[in-house]
Design a protein around this ligand. Structure first.
Ligand SMILES: Nc1ncnc2c1ncn2[C@@H]1O[C@H](COP(=O)(O)OP(=O)(O)OP(=O)(O)O)[C@@H](O)[C@H]1O
Ligand SMILES: [Mg+2]
Length: 314
């Protein structure tokens, strides 16, 4: 079964998409993993970072994007039903086992979703709207991924900034989330806000199946730029983050500001593929190694805890 990893931050423009596509590409190309990138953002930056607008337009015309899969869940346009496997674009950027589920510039109409859930709650008079909504949120993305969950080692969810339905549902489908941030004060607030929101989500859903997602770590992106520099100020922001979070949560590898990283979007390829010799690309490959190590350590810790808990019960 794949590990599902979300990249999330309330704040926009902190490098979520750049991290998603480069981590995914490095996992596939450099570490031989089977990887799916799942674009949950209507800005479709991950999609356009991996395929040209022409190829995307073709997918959209053929109704092979996330929008179609959501519409099926909402029971709209049932006549044209497709499987997630039909929507996935395989061997993206000509890398084996590197696949993309394209997003869409329109995903769902909030009114239609609310109406559908309201009708559902009404049909079963024992169910209240909040219960039906929570269940829907928990199952939406998990349900879409179910047919392919065994086909991959990693599924990377690229979330939109903020905290919309797609992000919340994506977090329910995820084992871990990564929090990319620029080392600057407003990013610190974005990190705190997201953590607070996730804690709240855990509390709300506690009695109904819970929320298992854990933060795997914080990745400093675009570090060493003209605002933060690399000196005292940069370190101060990092110290603030280290005060709020366990220092182990901060990835040792930082992603530097590198024009090659931004330019890679012009070639519809992540920098680890388009310019592997660049400083940015090398940092992403190093970060991917740290990611695998962190994941391994965390899984071992969780297993130890589970064994201890079992022993305590027995
Ligand atoms: N290490 C880097 N060096 C230079 N430019 C970068 C770097 N990382 C990201 N960028 C650029 O910064 C901008 C924002 O990055 P990105 O789109 O990944 O952020 P995001 O958090 O996904 O944004 P959004 O919140 O809008 O989804 C993009 O133009 C991207 O090319
Ligand atoms: Mg993005």
């Amino acid at each position: 079964m794949a590990y599902v990893i979300a990249t999330a931050n309330m704040k926009g423009g902190v490098g979520k998409t750049t991290l998603s596509v480069n981590l995914a590409a490095a996992l596939a190309k450099d570490y031989g993993k089977r990887v799916l990138v799942f674009d949950l953002d209507t800005q479709i930056s991950a999609t356009l970072g991996l395929m040209s607008p022409n190829v995307f337009a073709k997918h959209r015309k053929e109704k092979r994007t996330l929008k179609q899969l959501l519409e099926q869940t909402f029971q709209i346009n049932n006549s044209n039903s497709i499987n997630i496997k039909d929507a996935i674009h395989y061997s993206i950027c000509q890398v084996k086992n590197f696949d993309l589920l394209p997003g869409d510039i329109e995903l769902y109409d909030e009114f239609v979703v609310a109406e559908m859930l309201h009708e559902e709650a009404f049909a079963f008079d024992k169910l209240d709207f909040q219960f039906v909504w929570n269940r829907f949120e928990r199952n939406l993305i998990t349900g879409i991924l179910k047919p392919v969950i065994d086909d991959y080692d990693f599924i990377i969810l690229d979330c939109a900034p903020g905290y919309n339905l797609m992000t919340r549902s994506g977090l329910f489908a995820s084992d871990y989330y990564l929090l990319p941030m620029k080392p600057e004060p407003l990013s610190v607030i974005g990190v705190q806000l997201l953590k607070r929101r996730i804690d709240e989500l855990k509390r709300i859903h506690e009695s109904e199946g819970g929320l298992a997602v854990e933060m795997l770590g914080i990745v400093f992106t675009m570090s060493g730029n003209f605002i933060t520099g690399t000196g005292m100020y940069h370190r101060k922001v990092m110290q603030r983050i280290a005060q709020d979070f366990d220092i182990e949560k901060i990835f040792k590898t930082q992603i530097p500001l590198d024009i090659a990283v931004a330019k890679a979007f012009d070639s519809f390829m992540p920098v680890v593929l388009s310019n592997p010799q660049s400083t940015g690309a090398k940092s992403f490959v190093q970060l991917t190694q740290d990611f695998l190590q962190k994941l391994n350590d965390r899984e071992q810790k969780n297993q130890q805890l589970a064994t201890q808990n079992l022993a305590a019960i027995g």
